[in-house]
Design a protein around this ligand. Structure first.
Ligand code: NI
Length: 647
């Protein structure tokens, strides 16, 4: 089942026909021709005030933000035009460098594979047919530019792998130490890096079923929902249990969640206006063989949404599933649709709560969660973005990381202190996956205040006579000059976002808190090139005053940017953060020391965060959940009685 792609709400993702109309109008209004590439075509989101004022049936002028790369001059323009073809703005973005576009990647790879120096370098390594036997990737050079090329031009750099057969896993066969540097504008190879020649490791990395067998089988597990799903889909609006939300999608960020509300006994309470993962950067921690350049901003330098999987051919969800399609423009301005780009379903999530009273009376509830998810494939890696909505008022984001490790090869026996050896001559460099969530929460209204909560034990003495006492301290984050914060395990630190204008029944501001799970700190020096370009990595929480222009934590154009843009720059404004519209930016990372067991395809690694009500509700909202009858026949043979099992 696929939902309608017609515009029904100002925040709906752009439909194919809206994209086509806007692009066609843009070509004529701004005189765009074959030299111009559409780097990014996004919904120009209405302001919060416009969204809140809008009612079904109201007219709304939908607008599109179009980022154009002029291939002749490398200039980047941003224009805003309505889907009716009325231009609102058009300006050149000084100093901006476009993200690398698929058209440019293809041209760069063709140039590299045809270059005689590349052909010779590959021949030295025993490869005679680069066209069919070499898998090449175009990586942003990441401001790690050789001096002779450092004149502002846009460059990619091309790691290569050997693909002995069409079905082989090429990441098992890295080609050591040969790279082309290609100028994206001229489509010419402008540099060759050709170092030591070492043997290509040839141990198989095969993972396809036809190659591995995969014979460990279990009995079939079916999820049967004979009455259908418990959620309703109306266009892009979802209702599940007491939750309502809108699903969104963006070419740069991928999956987006809008306008999250919870029906609290008839009161539709606002919790979030917009939730997204605004950046993802993967700094590599191995200096050898050019790996120091592998610091891609998958969101800002590639446009993560471009790589969204179509789940028509493979989806891991069970039960009643509803899919949404998304439309996007390619660099030539042609519009394509990704069928089944977003998956929605519900999952049994075990026990929600339970108590056995002293008289033996049992109350137990099973929990259900609503899941909206999307998966991208960027070269070797997969990222799944999963948003969960629970029956106790909790929202959770989980990134699922899988796919294939990035690899390098070298002479067997050589020391690689910053990489894990997987096979003879094959290593996987250490790296970190660093995400930054942009959380525009609106806790019972737009004006909120963020507070850091620490748990502190006073020294043993009059205030703590037995030594076991501890208290919580609340530090209001008043302005942006002190709005960059780190986790602190010793103080069990968390942050909550409160509405000082709305008190709960015991007189405290209603609030939600953010709780992370896996996290780390960057190991790249803040003085390194990647440290400067991804300055947001050095804190776990940032809070800023909400401004439409401040969307991406490493800045709008991280491609080859020298650094300093985004959050570290914005907070220098030191705007007030008390009782105003704020954005919380949560940074979370996975320090990935590859395991041999991550090879040849990495089992899913998970990390993310939860948003939990703290004093938002009058009591646990899970108390209102009815008992489940589903498992009773199996448990105790009394189908009319509530289930008392807890598995
Ligand atoms: Ni990894």
């Amino acid at each position: 089942m696929s939902a309608s792609t017609l515009f029904e709400h100002p925040l709906d993702p752009l439909s194919a026909s809206e994209l086509e109309a806007a692009i066609s109008a843009a070509r004529s209004v701004w005189n765009l021709d074959h030299r111009h590439l559409f780097a990014m075509v996004q919904l120009e989101e209405p302001t919060k005030a416009e969204v809140l004022a809008w009612k079904p049936g109201d007219n709304f002028e939908r607008a599109v933000r179009i980022t154009v790369l002029d291939r002749a001059t490398a200039a980047v323009h941003e224009g805003v035009i309505t889907t009716d073809g009325i231009a609102r703005s058009w300006k050149v973005i000084d100093g901006a460098k476009s993200p690398v576009l698929s058209t440019e990647s293809e041209a760069a790879m063709a140039a590299a594979k045809a270059d005689s120096r590349v052909i010779d370098a590959l021949a030295k390594r025993g490869i005679t047919d680069p066209q069919s036997q070499v898998h090449m990737e175009t990586w942003p050079i990441g401001a790690q530019i050789p001096e002779y090329l450092n004149d502002g031009r846009r460059l990619v750099w091309t790691p290569m792998w050997f693909k002995p057969t069409p079905e082989a896993n090429m990441y098992a066969h890295p080609i050591n130490n040969v790279y082309a540097i290609v100028d994206l504008q001229t489509e010419q190879v402008v540099g060759i890096e050709d170092g030591d020649v070492t043997a290509i490791p040839m141990t198989s990395g095969d993972y396809r079923l036809s190659q591995t067998g995969g014979s460990v089988a279990l009995k079939e597990l079916q999820i049967i929902q004979k009455d259908g799903a418990s959620f309703d889909v109306e266009g892009w609006r979802i209702q599940f249990e007491r939750w309502s939300l809108r699903v969104g999608w963006d070419q740069r960020e991928g999956l987006v969640i809008h306008d999250v509300r919870f029906n609290d006994n008839g009161d539709e309470r606002r919790i979030a206006h917009r939730l997204s993962i605004a950046e993802l950067v993967i700094p590599y921690g191995d200096p050898s063989q050019g790996t120091y350049r592998k610091n891609a901003f998958d969101t800002g330098e590639y446009g993560l949404g471009n790589y969204t999987n179509s789940l028509t051919l493979g989806c891991d969800c069970l039960g009643e599933i509803v899919y949404l399609d998304v439309a996007l423009a390619n660099p030539e301005g042609e519009v394509r649709t990704i069928k089944n780009a977003i998956c929605m379903h519900e999952e049994d999530f075990g026990i929600l709560w339970k108590h056995v009273d002293i008289d033996g009376h049992v109350e137990v509830r099973r929990g259900r969660r609503f899941v909206v998810s999307s998966i991208v494939t960027i070269n070797n890696y997969e990222y799944g973005y999963y948003w969960y909505f629970y029956q106790d008022g909790v929202i959770e984001f989980e990134a699922k990381l899988t796919g294939i490790l990035l690899t390098l090869s070298d002479e067997p026996g050589v020391d690689h202190p910053s990489a894990t050896q997987l096979e003879e001559g094959l290593w996987a460099p250490y790296h970190q996956h660093t995400f930054c969530a942009r959380l525009d929460l609106d806790i019972d209204g737009t004006n909120n205040t963020v507070i850091e909560v620490d748990s502190i034990a006073k020294p043993m003495g009059p205030e703590n006579p037995h030594g076991g006492a501890y208290i919580t301290t609340q530090d209001v984050i008043k302005s942006e000059s002190n709005a960059a914060r780190l986790l602190n395990l010793a103080k069990a630190r968390y942050w909550k976002i409160t509405n000082p204008n709305k008190k709960n029944h015991v007189g405290n501001p209603v609030a939600y808190k953010i709780l992370g799970n896996v996290n780390c700190l960057p190991l790249a020096s803040p003085d390194s090139v990647i440290g400067k370009r991804a300055g947001f990595m050095y804190n776990h929480l940032w809070v800023t005053q909400n401004t439409t222009e401040e969307r991406y934590p490493a800045g709008d154009y991280p491609f080859q940017h020298e650094g300093g843009d985004g959050l570290p720059r914005w907070v220098q404004q030191d705007r007030s953060l008390e009782n105003t519209d704020v954005v919380m930016w949560y940074v979370f990372g996975l320090n990935h020391i590859p395991r041999i067991e991550d090879w040849p395809v990495m089992p899913v690694e998970r990390l993310g965060f939860s948003l939990k009500p703290v004093g938002f509700f009058r009591r646990s909202p899970a108390m209102d959940v009815a008992p489940s009858m589903a498992a009773c026949l199996r448990c105790n043979g009394h189908p009319d009685e509530p289930c008392t099992c807890n598995h």
